[in-house]
Design a protein around this ligand. Sequence first.
Ligand SMILES: *Cc1c(COP(=O)(O)O)cnc(C)c1O
Length: 375
Amino acid sequence: MNIPMVDLQGQYKRLKSEIDTEIQKVLNTSSYINGPAVQEFASDMEKYLDVKHVIPCANGTDALQVAMMGLGLKPGDEVITTSFTFIATAEVIALLGLTPVLVDVLEDTMNIDPEAIKKAITDKTKAIVPVHLFGQVANMDEIMAIAKAHNLFVIEDNAQAIGANYTFANGDTKKAGTIGNVGCTSFFPSKNLGAYGDGGAIFTNDDELAAQLKVIVNHGMTVRYYHDYVGVNSRLDSMQAAVLKVKLPHLDEFAKARNFAANYYNTAFADCEKITTPITASFTDHVYHQYTMKLHNVDRDALQQHLFDKGIANAVYYPVPLHLQKAYQDPRYTAGDFPVTEKLSAEVMSLPMHTEFTEEQLKYVTDAVLEFIKK
Ligand SMILES: *Cc1c(COP(=O)(O)O)cnc(C)c1O
């Protein structure tokens, strides 16, 4: 058997007639940039997320950069984020000349530690960037309370948890990415809501900020060829919007399929002391962008090879914490500074996760893992 990390082929085959029709519509109108498909998708997404503004852009990294530009963050401003994330989060902070301030994560959820955020705040802190890692939402009750107390912006990196629901302590619920001042997501093909190329979007309920973000993604242009701001060129193209428009109504069903696979894995590994299966915090549901387990006293490299030999894809997200990346070396940080992140980097391993599994395939994966672990 051959089990890829994501089964984009299988999902396309299932949705082929709908997707082909929408792509053909774009071809028929030849409206490739800012065409009707883009507006329709943005408006569908606003309804789905229950958020006032969805601003499509070229990718998730741009979404983060444009959000920070739109909030007026300036060189020297400190932005607090997690040391355990994909590089894009810190990359845009560095590119804008802002100062990334890294903090550790919680061992159970692997999401940013609110207590660590509190300790990292200085009079230069301007924003917090929680990353809803692997598909569950960080503790937004606490993060929003900290932000309020210190007058900070909250920029949610929601590239991995699109469609997840967050339940506040008072019982209210909101979609991930619509809780802070601004939310950012990616439509990279392997993300939960994936295009057939690059794509991204920014969400906000703030009218003024939305207007600013729309200007920034379009070269800082307010009136055609009049540029009031330095902007960027960051667009979602109509072909991608057509694909996303078809997939959006399936997003909740995708999350169910991912949960089915995760539950299968969890059950299979329940009695295995060498594996800690993912934990979902009480205030969030999990959309399993990744199924990331922790290994104890297991030779991870050898397990990875064992699975590769059986045609089973697997990966380590992420093997090197941000503060130990070569490009991000910083005299403020050294090995040992973020012990939970460093421990997780050594322990985690992600198994194939997508929307198209059969039970037979899941059994093949779990049997192969257990065969190695129990040896
Ligand atoms: C994928 C991802 C991004 C970047 O998205 P792109 O569309 O690839 O630019 C940012 N943050 C996180 C956490 C991601 O997983």
